[in-house]
Ligand binder design. Structure first.
Ligand code: C2E
Ligand code: CA
Ligand code: CA
Ligand code: CA
Length: 278
């Protein structure tokens, strides 16, 4: 019996160690990725009801020397746990600001802003607000071209700090959207206190909006809520014309999804924008 317990202990130790070893390999690789500039941003077009590109969501990918293009699901969650999301998130914001600077005087991009995903522990950093304002000033960009996508998980804890930071940035013109809306538990009283410009309806509701009555109700409700609170409502993950028609006829005014375009490397996004200007 003692032998069995020893064996179990030994196995557990082994699992813990290999897990820790794997963890540190990924950490080391992510640090190298930052240093060697292996991260790239893809741009997914966001369109208005007239079919014009009004912005793009920037989505990170990892151009790994051996593994090829690695999607964010394989490293963002890990980076959030270890804190590496802080330097990675900074890099993303820097790139987004650099790109906005490049587009600043280009008439093709006059109406185009960038939406950037911000992790909760990134936004929780004490220096987030001054760092963000610095970036905007250093790049000489218009703050309203930048929309920060936050998720409802942020709302659950320390509402005061959240409101203070959001208001400080919103006062400078930075825009905010609530991502994956409908999947969390934010209450209306919370929503009312936040300077949000946009509600982003989660893809899961869009994908069954035509086949599932409760998704349909949620989508209609979110659109109505956004309208009544003076926010823009954008649907993400729009894949079919039927979905878009349903959304548009219920008052949704902005769309993002494979129906229009996948997230694109910069050059292809530029071509997409150029094409619509004919
Ligand atoms: P998200 O913010 O909800 O981003 C939307 C995801 O849906 C993207 O996946 C996008 O490629 C995908 N998508 C867009 N349209 C469609 C569609 O019509 N159909 C389907 N099936 N999918 C669609 P992606 O790029 O793999 O990103 C996954 C998640 O990784 C993001 O979810 C976001 O939470 C996170 N992420 C990506 N980039 C960053 C970043 O720079 N910083 C942080 N903190 N998180 C990021
Ligand atoms: Ca997002
Ligand atoms: Ca989303
Ligand atoms: Ca999501």
């Amino acid at each position: 019996q003692g032998g069995a317990a020893m064996l179990l202990l030994f196995m557990l130790l082994h699992i813990l160690q290999s897990d820790a070893a794997e963890r540190s390999v990924l950490d080391r690789d992510l640090l190298a990725a930052l240093r060697d500039e292996q991260f790239v941003l893809h741009y997914q077009p966001q369109l208005n009801s007239a079919g014009r590109v009004i912005g793009a969501e920037v989505l990170i990918r990892w151009q790994h020397p051996q593994r090829g293009l690695v999607p964010p699901i394989e490293f963002i969650g890990h980076a959030e746990k270890t804190g590496l999301i802080i330097p990675i998130g900074k890099w993303v914001l820097e790139q987004a600001c650099t790109q906005l600077r490049i587009w600043k005087d280009d008439p093709l991009y006059r109406d185009i802003g960038l939406a950037v995903n911000i992790s909760q522990n990134q936004f929780r950093q004490a220096a987030f607000v001054p760092d963000m304002l610095d970036l905007i000033a250093v790049h000489g960009i218009e703050a309203h071209r930048l929309e920060l996508e936050l998720t409802e998980t942020l709302i659950v804890q320390d509402m005061e700090d959240l409101v203070r930071k959001m208001v400080a940035l919103a006062d400078h013109g930075v825009r905010f959207s609530l991502d994956d809306f409908g999947t969390g538990f934010s209450s209306l009283s919370h929503l009312k206190r936040l300077p949000l410009n946009t509600l982003k309806i989660d893809r899961s509701f869009i994908s069954d909006v035509l086949t599932d009555a409760s998704s349909e109700t949620i989508v209609r409700t979110v659109i109505g809520l956004g309208q009544s609170m003076g926010m823009t409502v954008i649907a993400e993950g729009v894949e079919t014309e039927a979905q878009q028609r349903f959304l548009a006829s219920n008052g949704c005014v902005q769309f993002q999804g494979y129906l229009f375009s996948k997230p694109l490397p910069l050059q292809e996004f530029a071509a997409f924008v150029a094409r619509q200007h004919g």
